[in-house]
Design a protein around this ligand. Structure first.
Ligand code: F6R
Length: 614
């Protein structure tokens, strides 16, 4: 992994490929490379660091080729070096390939190839796959289908996940892509066709996008394009327009995508909510759940599977759904669920939540749930993503592309959809129309309330200035604000590299309190319920040990002066939207904290936007 673009067209490949890589930068990477078909050979340019380094180097030796592939790599096998950077060339110089994913049995395959006299110049699993294809090619008779046949012979021998695009020097107008577990999309334009890991790579250059399914190959030959199965049968190609996403990926007046996406949240939430309430104004109506009403009414438990920020949104859902619908809810790390032999108690529903819809751990959890015969639903932001296609039903977040590596608007919309799900399930069970109506009202008020909180951004910037020297911070909250504490800590550590931990506020005294000292601030997210007095008592425990305390608290909660150093006030709202509002100052806190340290919030070190490896 991480970003792939391939170009075959009438014009020069260089500019669209470099531009495509720039558009994929948001996914996170540590090196970048490009290969061009130059008639009898391939030319290759690879650089560690930013795409800009690659662009500068390519500029010096411009290519006039109209066929090429490019890649941004996020290291999995082998260090961040030029030789490990993609594209990889087979030893015989016949093939160049870019690869996202992990070939799990690359060791065995490499041994086999070494026994055939093949030498390797990198530590990567990808170079092994490229050479395996070259090996099969060398064994096949000459003929029109030799290239595709070599690909079809090699891929079934590899275990693990891949999205690859490969070129063969003997085919000057053919580009082949193949997918298993790692997304690939074909872009169809008038002047050129593309194969990329993400449609944003060819926005503005291709009119239609066709998403590949697992086990499919896309063969672009001259102006023609087809999709087949691994066995060679023609597969159906469903085209989606790409124009609609072009404006949404522009940065506009903002300094970073993270900032843009934080401030986009009122609109993003309006879109998440639009048209999703019943006519009587007492329930939520989620189209993707239609046809499953009986199963939903008779559920015995819900299991959420997700990773990272998406899992925190699910935890918010756990508190809300149990409260509103009285259905037992569990939230699992998708990577754990997959390998855990969880008993199939009663009628369980598995809900997978993933902004990208391509997180491999989450997809594998869904596949495991399906193997066990469980009903699966997906909450995802990306239309046509693997999650959307593989679940039995689901709901789109509709917040537009999230480019910043640190997830912000996606969390808010996922938590919002969990509240809507709780409302819908609650109304199918015992939630009264009056309670339903109050929740609908609260959800409808959410976008304006988000605007109001974001307008206080300057106060958060000042707080970030005050606390930005800290290297260790604790985030503490109770009930549905506990996941908000986890999310606040995650956001801070991933973009500022300060060490931050989230805990339920009462857990403090069971261990973490040992960390408290004047250099370790605690951020308390205070609920507006009867529990707030307990949280204030926890704040006092911190103050008694000379720990600085910052509270995020509703307007109506009185906090004694001696319990707190700083307070950021939130409007008093219904409990279903409280976690979403309470999370906003923490997003801004992390953002300013990282910016004050001079860090690039959109490209935090070591992180990738879409994690398509286990
Ligand atoms: C954190 C973050 C990650 C993702 C996680 C799951 O800011 O972005 O923790 O939430 O990798 O990604 P999706 O939602 O695409 O499955």
């Amino acid at each position: 992994m991480c970003g792939i673009v391939g170009y075959l067209g009438k014009g020069y490949a260089q500019a669209p490929l470099i531009d495509g890589l720039r558009r994929l930068e948001y996914r996170g990477y540590d090196s970048a490379g490009v290969a061009f078909h130059e008639g009898n050979e391939f030319s290759l340019a690879r650089e560690t660091g930013r795409v800009k380094n690659l662009a500068d180097s390519v500029q010096k030796n411009s290519s006039s080729s109209s066929l090429g592939i490019a890649h941004t790599r996020w290291a999995t096998h082998g260090a961040v070096t030029v030789s490990n950077t993609h594209p990889h060339m087979s030893q015989d110089g016949k093939f160049v390939m870019v690869h996202n994913g992990v070939i799990e049995n690359y060791g065995i395959l490499k041994k086999f190839l070494v026994s055939k006299g093949i030498k390797f110049s990198s530590e990567t699993d990808s170079e092994v796959l490229c050479n395996l294809i070259a090996y099969h090619y060398s064994e096949l008779p000459t003929g029109e289908d030799r290239f595709i046949d070599a690909v079809r012979l090699a891929l079934p021998q590899s275990r693990g996940a891949y999205g690859i695009v490969i070129l063969c020097v003997d085919y000057s107008d053919t580009m082949i892509g193949a997918r298993r577990g790692s997304p690939l999309v074909v872009g169809l334009g008038e002047e050129a066709n593309f194969i990329a890991s993400d449609a944003s790579a060819f926005v503005g250059r291709a009119k239609e996008a066709v998403f590949l399914n697992d086990g499919e190959l896309s063969i672009i030959s001259g102006k023609n394009f087809r999709i087949t199965t691994m066995e060679g049968e023609e597969a159906k190609a469903v085209a989606h327009p790409v124009e609609q996403i072009s404006e949404e990926v522009e940065l506009g007046d903002f300094d970073s995508y993270m900032e843009k996406e934080i401030f986009e949240q009122p609109t993003a939430l309006e879109n998440t909510l639009r048209g999703r309430f019943g006519d009587d104004g007492t329930t939520a109506k989620l189209g993707g759940l239609e046809g499953h009403e009986d199963e939903l009414r008779n559920l015995d438990r819900i299991i959420f599977v997700a990773c990272g920020t998406a899992r925190h949104a699910c935890m918010v859902g756990e508190y809300l759904i149990e409260r509103l619908a009285r259905v037992p809810v569990e939230v699992e790390h998708a990577s754990e669920f997959r390998y855990r032999n969880s008993p199939k108690a009663g009628k369980s529903l598995v809900i997978a939540v993933s902004q990208s819809g391509e997180t491999l751990d989450t997809l594998e959890a869904v596949r495991e749930a399906k193997t066990k015969g469980l009903l699966t639903l997906g909450i995802t932001n990306v239309v046509g993503s693997s999650l959307a296609r593989e679940t039995d039903g689901g709901v789109y977040q509709r917040v537009g592309p999230e480019i910043g590596v640190a997830s912000t608007k996606a969390f808010s919309s996922q938590a919002c959809l969990c509240a809507m799900l709780g409302l819908a399930l609650g109304r199918m069970r015992d939630l009264s129309p009056t309670d339903g109506q109050a929740i609908v009202q609260a959800l409808n008020d959410l976008p304006d309330l988000v605007t109001k909180v974001l307008q206080q951004g300057e106060q958060i910037r000042e707080l970030a200035i005050k606390y930005s020297k800290a290297e260790h911070l604790l985030f503490l909250g109770r009930q549905s604000l506990y996941p908000v504490a986890l999310e606040g800590a995650l956001k801070l550590k991933e973009i500022s590299y300060a060490h931050a931990e989230g805990y339920p506020a009462a857990e403090l005294k069971h261990g973490p309190i040992a960390l408290i000292n004047p250099d370790c601030p605690s951020v308390f997210i205070v609920e507006g319920s009867s529990l707030s007095s307990k949280t204030i008592a926890n704040m006092q425990e911190v103050k008694a040990r000379k720990g600085p305390v910052l509270a995020i608290a509703p307007d109506n909660v009185e906090i004694p002066e001696e319990a707190v150093d700083d307070i950021f006030r939130l409007p008093v709202v219904h409990e279903v939207i409280r976690p979403i509002l309470a999370n906003l100052p923490l997003q801004l806190f992390a953002y300013h904290f990282a910016r004050l340290r001079g860090l690039d919030v959109d490209k935090p070190r070591n992180l990738a936007k879409s994690v398509t490896v286990e």
